[in-house]
Ligand binder design. Structure first.
Ligand code: NAP
Length: 242
C-alpha cells in the first residue's frame, strides 16, 4: 500500500486531492485542524469509492503536534512510509500592510511556510531512504505576481516556491521530486466571500476553477509518469496573466 498525506484535507482543494489520490490507489491520510465533521465526510467519500484512508488531525503550525501525530502514525504502520506529501493547508488573513497586525502576518507565515518546513523535514528521510517520493506544495498566483492586501500571503507563497526549488535540487538524486502548484481563483470556502462576478471578468476562461481540476494536476505530479518534473511552480489559473 502506498500512503499519501494531504494537509488540510477536510475542505476545498485538500478534500478533492484526497479523493482523487484515493481513486489513484493511494491510502490517504486526511489531515485537518478542527473541522472533524468535514474530514469525516472526506473519509466517507474515499471509502465510498472503495478507497482506504484515515484521519490525522494536527495543526500544521505546531511542531510538537506534528511530531506526536506522525510518531503515532509510524507506530501504527511500522513497515510503511509516506511516499506522497501534499502541503496544502493554508489560510488567508488579508489586510493592507499599513493596517496589518503582527498576528495576521505571523499566522499566515506559520501555517503556510513553517508548516511546510516542519512536515516536509520530518517525512523527507524516509522518502530519500526508499529513493521514492513526491512533495507537492500548494502555492498561489499571489506568490508569483503578488496581490495587494495580501503581503503576508504573497510572501508566504513566494517563499514556499523558493523552498520548493531549493529542496528539489537537494533531493533529486534520491528520486524525490518537489513541485509547487500555483492556483488562481478556485471555488472553495477560501474564495466564497470574493466578488466572483467581477473577478471572473479578469479570467480569460471566464470562470473560477474547480477543486477537482487542481486535484488532477496533483494526481499527475504524484504519479510515476511525472518522475522527471521537479523544482517547478505550475500555474493553474484559467489563463490569468502572471
Ligand atoms: P479552504 O477551503 O479554506 O480549506 C482550508 C483547509 O486547510 C481546511 O481543510 C482546513 O482545516 C485546513 N487548515 C487551515 N489551517 C490549518 C492548520 N493550521 N493545520 C491544519 N489544517 C489547516 O482552502 P482552499 O481554498 O481549499 O485552499 C487550500 C490551499 O490552496 C491553501 O494553501 C490555499 O492558500 C491554496 N490556494 C487556494 C486558492 C483558491 O482560490 N481557493 C488559490 C490559490 C491557492 P479545517 O477544516 O479543520 O479548518
Amino acid at each position: 500500500m502506498k500512503y499519501a498525506l494531504i494537509t488540510g484535507a477536510s475542505r476545498g482543494l485538500g478534500k478533492a486531492v484526497a479523493i482523487r489520490l484515493a481513486k489513484d490507489g493511494f491510502s490517504v491520510i486526511i489531515n485537518y485542524q478542527s473541522n472533524k465533521e468535514a474530514a469525516e465526510d472526506t473519509l466517507r467519500q474515499v471509502q465510498g469509492l472503495g478507497g482506504t484512508g484515515e484521519l490525522l488531525p494536527f495543526d500544521v503550525a505546531d511542531p510538537q503536534a506534528i511530531e506526536a501525530a506522525l510518531e503515532g502514525w509510524q507506530a501504527a504502520h511500522p513497515d510503511d512510509y509516506i511516499s506522497v506529501l501534499v502541503n496544502n493547508a493554508g489560510i488567508r488573513k488579508d489586510n493592507l500592510m499599513v493596517f496589518m497586525q503582527d498576528e495576521e502576518w505571523n499566522k499566515v507565515l506559520d501555517t503556510t511556510l513553517n508548516g511546510f518546513f516542519y512536515i516536509t523535514r520530518r517525512l523527507l528521510k524516509d522518502m530519500m531512504m526508499h529513493r521514492n517520493g513526491r512533495i507537492i506544495n500548494m502555492a498561489s498566483l499571489s506568490g508569483i505576481k503578488g496581490l495587494p492586501g495580501q503581503a503576508n500571503y504573497s510572501a508566504a507563497k513566494a517563499a514556499l516556491i523558493g523552498a520548493t526549488k531549493a529542496l528539489a535540487q537537494e533531493v533529486a538524486a534520491r528520486k524525490v521530486t518537489v513541485n509547487a502548484i500555483a492556483p488562481g481563483f478556485i471555488a472553495t470556502d477560501m474564495t466564497k466571500e470574493l466578488n466572483e462576478t467581477e473577478l471572473k471578468k479578469l479570467i480569460p476562461m471566464g470562470r473560477f476553477g474547480k477543486p477537482e481540476e487542481v486535484a488532477s494536476l496533483v494526481s499527475f505530479l504524484a504519479s510515476d509518469e511525472a518522475a522527471y518534473i521537479t523544482g517547478q511552480a505550475i500555474s493553474i489559473n484559467g489563463g490569468l496573466y502572471t
